[in-house]
Design a protein around this ligand. Sequence first.
Ligand SMILES: [Zn+2]
Length: 64
Amino acid sequence: MFSYTVDVPQDGERGIRVTCEEHGESEEFQSGYSTVAFHCERCGYEIEITAHDLHEWRDFGEMC
Ligand SMILES: [Zn+2]
């Protein structure tokens, strides 16, 4: 079982970084996307993160 985390820069930028804690794979997405898809090849899974409010980025965890 793997877990993913979503990091949001605290310096005013609205980018989003998704990291697979198990493998250390991470990918950064630019602002402007309400939904981003992160794929970890080593997991073999792809997850989607949807932001309903740019000011309410929330931690996202999913077991796979
Ligand atoms: Zn992984």
